[in-house]
Write a protein that binds this ligand. Sequence first.
Ligand code: ADP
Ligand code: MG
Length: 707
Amino acid sequence: MKTSRAAPALAGGATPLSALRGVGASVAEKLAARGLCSVQDLWLHLPLRYEDRTRLTPIRELQSGVPAQVEATVEAVERGFRYRPVLRVAVGDGSHATLVLRFFHFRAAQAAQFRPGARLRCFGTPRPGQHGLEIVHPSYRVLGDDEDPSLGDTLDPVYPAVEGVGPATLRRLVGQALDLLPEAAALELLPASLPGIAGLPGLRDSLLLLHRPPPGADLAAGTHPAQRRLALEELLAHHLSLRRQRLAQQALHACALDGPGVLARRLLKQLPFALTGAQRRVFDQVRADLALPTPMQRLVQGDVGSGKTVVAALAATLAVERGCQVALAAPTELLAEQHLANLRAWLEPLGIRVAWLAGKVTGKARAQALAEVASGEAQVVVGTHALMQEGVAFHDLALVVVDEQHRFGVQQRLALRDKGPAHGHVPHQLVMTATPIPRTLAMTAYADLDVSAIDELPPGRTPVTTVAVSAERRPELVERIRAACAEGRQAYWVCTLIEEAEDDAKPGQGMKLQAQAAERTFEQLSQQLPGVRVGLVHGRMKAPEKQATMRAFKEGALDLLVATTVIEVGVDVPNASLMIVENAERLGLAQLHQLRGRVGRGAAASSCVLLYQPPLSALARQRLDVLRQTNDGFVIAEKDLQLRGPGELLGTRQTGLAAFRIADLARDAGLLPQVHELADRLLLDFPEVADRVVARWVGGAVRYAAA
Ligand code: ADP
Ligand code: MG
């Protein structure tokens, strides 16, 4: 989408932003930073919300909390200073009530505008003040003597902010872009004969409605037919693009890893446990894929502790048996170390050489590891992102295993895959995740992957007992930790923060506050539990510091770990049997389930205590009940999807899903079966349309959220 071909908009080609008045290089650059590279992108940059300036509300009828537009005359002005300068402007409109406009930031020229008798039109949200209602920082304009500007007949859009481009400019540019919309028939890509399309408004009407809605349009829930129409087309585009990537993959060649499986059998014999039925089934699926000369692209979903690593190790033996190499990448050094220990314990007795390549491997050790990888002497290489860097060359890479893939960007996954084209072969890919997502979502989000599920835990695990407890009972929990640690057990205390939804909250602010909350809790608990060795990890600590604390906890040198939600997915501390999660009602169910997976990994009975701030809403109680009732990540994921209200995003960071412009997988999940059906029909009957739909929405590359 970045290169501007002169193709007309309707063909799916991009019209450059320079076609709009007032877009120079600098504005274009700022828009591009936000993914807005063409006129078409502006069409799809939909408002976050709207402001109704289509009517005037008499001051007497204003209601607290309800945004409104008022036309009034300045009655009195007061400049004061209480902690900070403040400007108060009392206005009236003859409706026998006064409204106060209050400004904290203002320039002298601005203050001078408000002389008594001046007429204003202003817009804002009134709140109760010292003397009746007031609006803090309204948007306003001073009207000339006989100026009587007409009211708009559509709601004003408020667009997601673009750094460096003011809201008014953005509004004007989108308006200009909309003026370039071709006629309905030329814009429409989806044939009306397709299932479900005829019942929805056309693309042109939908776009115009959402950018310039009539007063009273019901758009807040995101389920207006125009919104559904756009979400449908966007989901369709992503689905098609992934299916296309998959087809492209299938045209490539991979080394068929179809040996007799002698090493795998030896590994199985030497393991101290038997595979679960689910592990066996998934390994069979993987093995069948690997035996083919086309690259495997399989996602293995398995709840925390379901035993994915051993399946990866078995797959690795199949590559080694064929004389090829395997790379296993984990998102953090600690996780990678854990894999290294496991793989060395399992594979070295079979005579397989396992090399280690992480960021902290430097100098001679790194040079040696690189040489072993390049010569093929190292048959399996375990590491972090470092594996994906330039300068890492493989002798004959045939299988790439990526653990906890949502923590990697898709680009990184592809970078590792691209390290394999020795002898014209592309490596097979095995992607593992502990974040189960519902099947319908998986089909859309991972349409380029086959999905297997390890849906059974190894025997002998005592399920974690989960209870929800009011935060008022916190002192009891401190006692409980004391008791558990006295018995030689370890515990986690997870701090989360109730974040204030502030419009001007700076990015990173949440993390800072969260870190402060964790520091406070750490100090309190250290004081209250004198005999207990307490550690702290949070997102603002440097990686080595974090890792050192995690390692100390893992090795038993700490009894209690106070952490924010950054504590790692997949870290195995079997001796930890108690977890407390603060403000549990604020977290997604999938995330709580992930956190809870840190305990219950050993033989001891484990508990997870979900602390909540009373009073608990009915919905919040229902959600916490789901966790109390089941330990099955797939059931939890389905419920989470059902219970989440509209607008609450299924976090892209949680799942590694593509970033959508309009669609919201949680809100629009109901559309997915239709998306799949539409995709089948399009590919069959209108393949050229499929290409154009992808080009319009996805462009050359799928836009993935940063992992
Ligand atoms: P995850 O799926 O979360 O990555 P791991 O692969 O780390 O899980 O396995 C968790 C623990 O269970 C490890 O200690 C592993 O050795 C053990 N394990 C794996 N499979 C089995 C099994 N079939 N029976 C008993 N223990 C198993
Ligand atoms: Mg794991």
